[in-house]
Ligand binder design. Structure first.
Ligand SMILES: Nc1ncnc2c1ncn2[C@@H]1O[C@H](COP(=O)(O)OP(=O)(O)OP(=O)(O)O)[C@@H](O)[C@H]1O
Ligand SMILES: [Mg+2]
Length: 225
């Protein structure tokens, strides 16, 4: 297995489920045996992937506390990638999901309150010794080569969190339509959305492949405890 991506944010409605489902469907399209684990009691990603009518990622509901053991089970079952959708709270559940991640993707809208909330995620990721990156979601579209000021300001503010920017995702009807059918945005024909999600996937998967050869300190701590 190349790893586990935990999609998180302490702000409700930032787009965790939308990004988790779209990434899982993109990984599946890239030929990976993909498992989406839904740890949110609201079961939004389960609802989304249950609506998918064509072959796609497998999905499973688990409590965050069961994620660690599920990592070995998923590996033995031949999964290449595990993507974990999380609730916005409680913090302990988000921490359990983050602690099992090879990469934590923090979803954030380009607004003051969302960016402020990233500071808490960044601190949690740092304390757990995990790798993290931010996805700016629901962004105003760029016109030509001109990035909207809201995104430029968000980039500057996010630099203070110490987390790199994994991708910028536009606010598009394609994401609302695709999550309703368990699809990646590109699977419903939006070229712009397909390009954004593909680029996010390329970023995330290349980080996972890099990390594959590195030691996982949290795992060692647990094994030796
Ligand atoms: N890039 C986007 N463009 C347009 N709409 C989006 C986008 N991302 C998410 N949305 C919409 O925003 C709303 C919240 O998205 P979503 O449910 O994925 O967020 P969430 O972080 O998982 O929420 P929760 O905290 O409740 O689990 C949904 O209506 C979704 O369709
Ligand atoms: Mg959700």
């Amino acid at each position: 297995m190349i790893g586990t991506i935990t999609v998180m944010s302490f702000k409700g409605g930032a787009g965790k489920t939308t990004i988790a489902v779209s990434l899982a469907a993109t990984a599946f399209q890239a030929g990976l045996k993909t498992l989406l684990v839904d740890t949110d009691p609201l079961r939004a990603s389960t609802l989304s992937l249950s609506a998918r009518t064509m072959p796609g990622p497998d999905h499973l509901v688990l409590s965050p506390g069961a994620l660690f053991q599920n990592g070995s089970t998923a590996s033995r079952a031949g999964y290449d990638i595990r993507i974990v959708d999380t609730p916005a709270a409680p913090k302990a559940d988000v921490a359990a999901a983050a602690n099992c991640a090879d990469l934590c993707l923090v979803v954030c809208r380009p607004t003051f309150l969302d960016i402020a909330a990233v500071l808490a995620s960044a601190e949690m990721i740092r304390q757990l010794g995990r790798r993290g990156a931010v996805v700016l979601n629901q962004c105003q579209a760029s016109r030509g080569n001109h990035e909207p000021p809201s995104i430029r300001r968000a980039r500057e503010a996010l630099a203070l969190t110490g987390l790199p920017l994994a991708g910028v995702i536009g606010s598009r009807v394609a994401y609302q339509q695709s999550v309703a059918r368990g699809l990646a945005a590109g699977e419903i024909g939006s070229v712009a959305a397909a390009t954004e999600i593909r680029s996010l996937w390329d970023y995330a998967s290349s980080l996972l492949k890099d990390a594959g050869t590195q030691t996982n300190p949290a795992h060692l701590k647990l094994v030796s405890a």
